[in-house]
Ligand binder design. Sequence first.
Ligand code: RB5
Length: 147
Amino acid sequence: MKIGIGSDHGGFELKEYIKEFLEKEGIEYMDYGTNSSESVDYPDYGRKLSEAVIAGEVDKGIAICGTGIGISIACNKVKGIRCALCGDTYSARMSVEHNNANIIALGGRVIGKDLAIEIVSTWLKSQFLGGRHERRVNKISDIESNL
Ligand code: RB5
């Protein structure tokens, strides 16, 4: 599995920390920026990451900004993306089991680093349950198709 990771300046520090975790775990990743704490616009990074997921360059994505809100909204504008902003491990698991989230968003200024690692680790281990959840996720895709 190959993970894409992207952030704005508000998520930069947490992005670097999560990269260290991915390296330790031997999980391959692609970094879509940003590359410093200099102020940038989160939609640019949410978009890059989301387009990489849709193109199949990476299997899943981790998106980070200060709150996780802006970048998650941006990611969810890309057709086929289901980005879930998570601040706890239960939501992280459910976002995959029920919603088949292909991007997780985190708030770099909201959650601590260790909690972020637990959230990411839970999210990576979780599997979509399908069944009635598939029907519901398909209904989300129907909304997109009719835009
Ligand atoms: C940047 O200051 C901040 O607005 C951004 O990181 C994010 O929190 C937006 O939702």
